[in-house]
Design a protein around this ligand. Sequence first.
Ligand code: NDP
Length: 461
Amino acid sequence: MPYDFDLFVIGGGSGGTRCARIAASYGARVGVAEERFWGGTCVNVGCVPKKLMVQAAEYGSWAEDARGFGWNITKDAHDWRAFIAKKDQEIDRLQAIYKSMLQKAGAREFEAHVRFIDPHTLDVGGETVTAERIVIATGSTPFKADIPGADLAGITDDLFYLHERPGCIAIVGGGYSAVEFACIFAGLGTEVHLIYRQPLPLRGFDCDLREAVAEAMEAQGIHLHHGVIPTHILAEGPTGDQRRLHLSDTTDILVDYAVLTTGRVPNLHGLNLDASGVALNEAGAVRVDRGSRTSVPHIYAIGDVTDRLNLTPWAIAEGHALADTLFGNNPREASVENVPTAVFSVPPLATVGLAEEDAAKLGPVDIYVSRFTPMRHTLTGRAGRRTLMKLVVDQRSQRVLGAHMLGEDAAEIMQGVGIAVRMGATKQDFDRTIGIHPTAAEEFVTMRTRTRVAGVAEAAE
Ligand code: NDP
């Protein structure tokens, strides 16, 4: 039976768009549906507007820092509404680009919700379409921890559309979003309370980075409430607009706005997945193999909906590899190993490869750590801007297993270091590379003295 489409992609976010576009460029008859906004979370309520917000926050401190270099720049309060209007304009532009890229590639796009009718048939906004192959690329959606009064708190999506910048905000969670928004709002002049249940933010990151980011946030005046969770959230104030958070250490705080950044869950709502036969894993994400194949042979899933590595570039890599495999006569899989990542805190942190704790479980590792004040801040005198750089090196092979940095331009620097780590570079390869002077990045190739050895005990077990 001929199908309407060779491939139908459900979801027009980063991964889905790339997969649809590349498949169409190989001549496949492709349909792609998006129910909310083209470009998905990354373009609309994630990476892109978040990075613009980070940049907005940075300008304030730059205006102050300029004094250290002889400039006298008067700094007024930040104009939130003006910034949000500019940000919205840019997001509209990017949305249009995403849509037109699909059109140019020859894919047919639908602005509609999709439901499975059977494993090859979809209801796309009331229209019934059939497809030989289907890709589920519906992403993820913020998840609110089960805290009494959670409905009085916002989610990260809301932060991009606030009418006013809150004077005081409570951010619950200690992950990527929590740390990033804490620094953004602090930089814009908001009093920030960051509430997380671990001793340090960013569980899973290298221990030295976690300590360094906590120190940097504290130096910016962010109130860190570690090892606690809110026990309940109440509305308060003359108009009921304020929020009081009672914390498990029996303290409480009153803020203008509270947001829960307690993770994300796969977005499967209303998809009628049962009709497709696709199986989920224990965590409620779509179960896939390394080739993005679900339990149904002609149905695939990519990106956050599979809850493996919830990063835009990974979803894009997966979507591209899948299109190459299915229609480009180039079977391949995207690799989850040594994926560099960054948290856009102030200063940012970036990492590739293994944290010290994880590497130490595999055997003895040489640890190189360097901490210094970046050149700029010797003149500005700004506190909380110390840079941390760290290499985790396998003692036997001298391969660099992990590189970590907190400091200005960390994300830009780590992209290149990521290539070296991925290629299996050794510490000696790093040492042989001549530094670019004067930069912070050169520290990665000039760390001569080992700071400590880790993992001997673990290796002996
Ligand atoms: P994360 O999964 O990164 O962090 C969730 C946080 O909420 C953790 O600190 C977690 O604590 C805490 N938490 C979870 N449940 C509860 C609970 N019941 N009570 C109290 N605290 C709780 O979520 P994010 O929303 O920050 O980010 C989601 C994903 O999106 C990230 O993992 C990342 O993959 C991606 N992302 C990437 C960014 C980037 O590349 N720069 C930016 C933003 C997001 P605990 O650690 O104890 O579990």
